[in-house]
Design a protein around this ligand. Sequence first.
Ligand code: 5GP
Length: 211
Amino acid sequence: MAGKGLLFIVSGFSGAGKGTIMKELLRRYDNYALSVSATTRKPRPGEEHGKEYFFISREEFEEMIRNDELIEYARYGENYYGTPKKYVEEMMAAGKDVILEIEVQGAQKVKEKMPETERIFVTPPCAEELRRRLLGRGSESEEEIERRLHRAVDEAPYMPQYDYILVNDDLDRAVEELHALICAAHKKSVHKQDMIDEINKQLSDMMRGGN
Ligand code: 5GP
């Protein structure tokens, strides 16, 4: 894809299946880059430093805040999560569409700084399904699951701020729908200013030429 990549935010309830959608999107298409966040939370089984997250200490995280190395950061439960600037900027400059998988407060901060960012909220088809998925994951304590469900209640009021609501009832369909949304965003006039300018210039040259 020619030109600059665009920035997208994907948020959603913990357990909505954002991670699985992202993995599958990246496997199917090569024009995407998924930003790797820094976090102070401990890795879950199978998670690797530099892959799912940069797992760092609270001191290291606070150092990144002080050095202005993060586009945004937020507290989620007991932990800090933040988006490192460098990778996002490099990937967009290289023409990749960059996806930030972040929670609602971080999403709000990015939107304030970069208003043209498109935001997508992923939800399972119903609340009961959310609980089933959190239980099925088996990696969280009962208290943590309870906390995440309460968090969903707190996050739901943010849904209307999002540009799109993506219902994850079927992985294949959700991945293709997300891809289609991103493709459509590229056609928006706000991202087509160069082309609009060029056509206008050609039209005025044509008129001056007396045709
Ligand atoms: P988890 O611990 O389940 O991996 O993530 C918890 C929440 O933190 C999820 O909603 C996830 O989208 C969000 N999150 C992950 N990385 C970031 C980040 O860099 N910034 C913000 N604001 N939220 C993040």
